[in-house]
Design a protein around this ligand. Structure first.
Ligand code: HEM
Length: 461
């Protein structure tokens, strides 16, 4: 009776029916617990503990200075992916705004929409088909130069070097190794700062990231200036259709060209999204293939079969990529166990109810691969490496989400598949390998990585 006749509380006042959970310290909230679980290599524990303690559907927390509701399980993923621009919208941590000043003039939301509009031209199927041969030749050259000379190598930095070289070539038509090397290091500093506590003081990751972004932006602005001159003088062959030229000649609905700063920031965003993720996936493929000889043999058999159907030296093509089914199932299982991105944020654009709890407008929401990828309900024996999970219809919808889902699903998914498979095709046919540190610890910061970068010993076939 007391409940029935008590004055109803406003849903939006922030005190009633909010999801259970705790928001921790002011500003810092639970960011340290969240990050430290990643540093220990078990980001899923942060979520599992709270799902067990508060609710399996949703819990509240405070991350990166924001009140956040974490939506869990396949229902949480489905809800967030299918309510884009209805109940929720894109939101990037404040760090991103500070690191990319172009988004301060509008908003990270508008910038993200702009970016998505630009990409189809560059990532459409007929463009992707042209990239396959280029990716194959970059992978071959990269392996011949960097992996063959040294019998003992460390995988992670080399995998980054490969995906960065592919991105520089395809986004910017840059293949000068010196210029690529100049860019590469500050990029890693930048990625580490995007998901860090937003304190801009010397010595913090965030401070280093802002400095690194300024350095890269300066170099990019020079490249953009040069490209503009070339385009104006029509020196640039019309066949060069990299994303930089595409951005320079594309106008918005008002006929306005993008500013150089805008272009530079978009390219930085793409380089971040497009190379550290795929290199994390490649590193873990190498790790699992070292640990599981029967899986390695299966991949090698498939790739040798494809190579046998080709003339000596002939580069991979689109049809070859479609035949690499087992190898892609292996890569998919790797990304289930070690998703390169752990999840992402959204912002509530209106008050709404979820699983019986109120979510106030302005709150941040977070979906995470960590609440489903290792859940035995969706993936029996979740720690077991089993690529057959991806055969036939594959996992239950919204349980396997390394690329997100819905309208915001990663636009680079197909590009990533091609560059990963081009790499696998070449490496397994050249080498077998073993890990030098048998139980190397895994850390997640913000991408998963073996603590020492995965040193391995190579054996040429
Ligand atoms: C294995 C490699 C990759 C993984 C696991 C991955 C994963 C993801 C995920 C989880 C998101 C967030 C989706 C969301 O917020 O719901 C995302 C967004 C994005 N990815 Fe990827 N990605 C990969 C490679 C790439 C590549 C190669 C590119 C570019 C060529 C790329 C470009 C982007 C962009 C631009 C976004 C932002 C989309 C938006 O805000 O709407 N990604 N990616």
């Amino acid at each position: 009776l007391k409940i029935l006749f008590s004055k109803p509380k406003k849903i939006t006042n922030g005190y009633s029916k909010l999801p259970p959970g705790k928001t921790g310290w002011p500003v810092i909230g639970e960011t340290l617990e969240f990050l430290s679980m990643g540093w220990k290599g078990t980001p899923e524990i942060f979520f599992r503990e709270r799902m067990n303690k508060f609710s399996p559907d949703v819990f509240k927390t405070s991350l990166l200075g924001e009140k956040t509701a974490v939506l869990c399980g396949s229902a949480g993923n489905k809800f967030l992916f299918s309510n884009e621009n209805k109940l929720v919208t894109s939101w990037w941590p404040r760090n991103v705004e500070k690191i990319f000043p172009s988004s301060l003039q509008t908003s990270t939301k508008e910038e993200s929409i702009k970016m998505r509009k630009l990409l189809p031209g560059f990532l459409k199927p007929d463009s992707l088909q042209k990239y396959v041969g280029i990716m194959d030749s970059i992978a071959r050259e990269h392996l011949e130069i960097n992996w063959d000379l040294n019998r003992e190598i460390t995988v992670l930095p080399l995998a980054k070097q490969y995906t960065f070289a592919v991105a520089c070539r395809l986004f910017l038509s840059i293949d000068d190794p010196k210029l690529i090397a100049k860019f590469e290091k500050p990029f890693h500093v930048l990625v580490a700062g995007v998901l860090s506590i937003p304190i801009n003081l010397p010595g913090t990751n965030f401070h280093r990231a802002i400095k690194a972004a300024n350095l890269i932006r300066k170099e990019l602005l020079e490249i953009i200036r040069q490209r503009k001159i070339e385009l104006m003088m029509e020196k640039m062959s019309m066949s060069i259709q990299d994303i930089l030229s595409h951005m320079l000649i594309t106008t918005d609905e008002n006929g306005q060209f993008m500013t150089d700063l805008d272009i530079a920031d978009k390219i930085i965003g793409l380089l971040i999204g497009g190379h550290d993720t795929a290199s994390a996936a490649i590193t873990f493929i190498i790790k699992y293939l070292a640990e599981l000889p029967e899986i390695y043999d299966g991949v090698l058999k498939e790739q040798r079969g494809i190579a046998e159907g080709k003339r000596p030296g002939e580069l991979l093509n689109w049809d070859d990529m479609q035949k690499m089914k087992f190898s892609w199932n292996v890569a998919s299982e790797v990304m289930r166990l070690a998703p390169p991105l752990q999840g992402n944020f959204r912002e509530a654009i209106t008050d709404f109810m979820y699983a019986g709890f109120s979510i106030p407008k302005g709150w941040k929401l977070y979906w995470t691969a960590n609440s489903t990828h290792k859940n035995p309900e969706y993936f029996p024996e979740p720690e077991k490496f089993d690529p057959s999970r991806f055969e036939d219809n594959g996992p239950i919808p919204y349980t396997y989400v390394p690329f997100g889902g819905g309208p915001r699903m990663c636009p680079g998914k197909e590009y990533a598949r091609l560059e990963i498979l081009a790499f696998v095709y070449n490496i397994v046919r050249m080498f077998k390998w073993e890990k030098i540190i048998p139980d190397e610890k895994i850390v997640v910061d913000p991408m998963p990585m073996p603590e020492k970068g995965l040193p391995i010993r190579l054996y040429r076939h």
